[in-house]
Ligand binder design. Structure first.
Ligand SMILES: Cc1ncc(COP(=O)(O)O)c(C=O)c1O
Length: 512
């Protein structure tokens, strides 16, 4: 029976690709997966094969979590309406969300997707500031609808028919990527890269003013996911937020991918940078697979919007079923101690990856926080030239071993990990074991000349060619610190100055 089903699924592929998925980013395009059920961190294909899911940050508390499913079912049986009626669930969820935020963020708007949330955040910012100019980061992605595509270089960079240029009010600042961005740690040793990158935003604001225009907003994830799992240098967002606020703009933190405790040490990733956004947008993990999102903002910004004359109505946003699901997700995060788990499992994976880094020169950088990890594969540690082909090979080999990873970043050379938060130490061991085999194979293939040889001198990734042929070695391995989580959030380390963690310094393995 399984075989028959498999045959059926395979026969569907051409139809699927032509009629439904033609311009969709199907995973493993030449041999796509048909997933028929999932539970926790595991997904199952039509043959019953079990895959370890290392990338689904939407099914945050675990695929098909029974507590969440039950909450949806219970509410669906009783009532589903819209937010034109009072309902306890909408109030309870708004309260629950704002309890995790800085006190000034006290008003919640509910929507159905991350794109919708960011679109609404743009509208709120416009009505509050009356400004026009927007700053976004290079390689950022904030959603698939026109307004959010406008601020998504990740997509616009790939537009080939020229139909979707940046509007003139959108300004793109460099992504503060200290490994392969405009200012790299190796090119600017000892310099404050947070300040350098923040100054680029300031320059944009100065140019906006010179043209007689007014700032509206700055939007960024507080750790860039689509850009290649980029951890920002310390102090970056603090400085940027100050410049934007001084110019009368508002700061939006997009937590659609990186929120709800993924970073382990905090509930929201903006907290790592010690900033207080004016607007926070949340989505994906919020419904554990069910479409629900929200915009959380200040009373002042919300009041400016309320005065604009156009009331907010969203047919599904904030409906009782979605809110019941959102509440259930919050319950599970708390009841199962998922922040602590993300921190412990994330640290464990990172320590293991650091060991792999000593064995395989293809690993150029390991960066991350909690269960948000990137493995930057390079052809050469000195030039940091991206090993795109090799990353693709690893991805496919891992799939053959029933492990689902993805690649990302401007060169698709970064192996990305953002699994459901129930990912266990046993899963981590399985992942590392299979990754070791795949990387060994890559090394063999390299020796046999099966991958393109490193191309010194290309400036594909701001390469600085270092002539010194001395082998680059890893001098120190710095696993993430395991912070203690208390009822009031994570305890600060006693002496921050001596805390030599990737988060703190926004670097990982790259003190080379
Ligand atoms: C950072 C970020 N913001 C917004 C979105 C858009 O969310 P949605 O696909 O739910 O519209 C995404 C989706 O990948 C995202 O990664």
């Amino acid at each position: 029976m399984y075989l028959e089903q498999a045959q059926l699924a395979r026969n569907y592929i051409p139809i699927c690709l032509d009629r439904v998925l033609e311009s969709c980013d199907l995973f493993f395009h030449s041999d796509p997966l048909k997933i028929v059920r999932a539970s926790g961190q595991y997904m199952y294909d039509e043959l019953g094969n079990q895959y370890l899911d290392c990338i689904n940050n939407v099914c945050h508390v675990g695929h098909s979590h029974p507590y969440v499913v039950e909450a949806a079912y219970k509410q669906m049986k009783v009532l589903n309406t819209n937010n034109r009626y009072l309902h306890d669930n909408i109030v309870k969820l708004a309260k629950r969300l704002t309890e995790t935020m800085p006190p000034k963020l006290s008003v919640v708007y509910f929507c159905n997707s991350g794109s919708e949330a960011n679109d609404l955040a743009i509208r709120l910012s416009r009505h509050h500031t009356k400004g026009t100019e927007m700053v976004t980061l290079d390689h950022a992605y904030h959603g698939h609808i026109v307004s959010t595509m406008n601020i998504s270089p990740y997509k616009i960079r790939k537009n080939t028919d020229g139909v979707h240029p940046y509007p003139e009010y959108v300004h793109v600042a460099p992504s503060p990527d200290i490994y392969r961005g405009k200012y790299r740690d190796c090119d600017h040793p000892g310099e404050d890269l947070g300040e350098k990158y923040a100054n680029d935003v300031k320059d944009i604001i100065d140019k906006v003013h010179a043209k007689g225009k007014k700032m509206c907003l700055f939007i960024a994830e507080s750790m860039q996911s689509c850009g290649g799992q980029v951890i920002f240098p310390e102090g970056y967002l603090k400085k940027v937020y100050r410049y934007v606020h001084d110019a009368g703009g508002v700061c939006i933190a997009d937590e659609v991918q990186v929120g709800f405790g993924r970073v382990g040490s905090h509930f929201w990733s903006f907290q790592i940078q010690g900033v207080e956004p004016d607007i926070v947008t949340v989505g994906k993990p919020m419904g554990n697979g069910h479409p629900i999102s929200a915009v959380i903002t200040t009373k002042e910004i919300s009041s400016s919007f309320a005065k604009c004359g156009m009331s907010y109505f969203n047919t599904y946003g904030g409906n009782p079923v979605s809110c019941a699901i959102g509440l259930a997700v919050m319950d599970v995060i708390e009841q199962e101690g998922l922040l602590q788990k993300a921190l412990e499992t994330g640290n464990y994976i990172t320590e293991k990856l650091m060991e792999l880094m000593k064995m395989f020169t293809i690993i150029g950088d390991i960066r991350g926080q909690g269960l948000f990890i990137g493995i930057d594969l390079v052809k050469d540690r000195k030039t940091r030239e991206p090993a795109t082909e090799e990353a693709e090979y690893v991805l496919h080999r891992m799939k053959q071993e029933y492990i689902i990873l993805s690649t990302d970043g401007p060169y698709e050379n970064i192996l990305k990990m953002k699994p459901p938060m129930c990912f266990s130490l046993k899963d981590a061991d399985n992942l590392i074991e299979k990754l070791t085999v795949a990387l060994k194979e890559v090394e063999e293939k390299r020796k046999n000349g099966e991958f393109a040889v490193k191309a010194h001198g290309t400036d594909k990734c701001h390469n600085t060619v270092i002539d010194d042929e001395e082998e680059i070695a890893i001098q120190d391995v710095r696993p993430f610190s395991v912070e203690t989580i208390t009822a009031n959030g994570p305890e600060e380390p006693a002496d921050l100055e001596q805390e030599d963690t990737p988060t703190k310094k926004a670097k990982t393995s790259q003190d080379i």
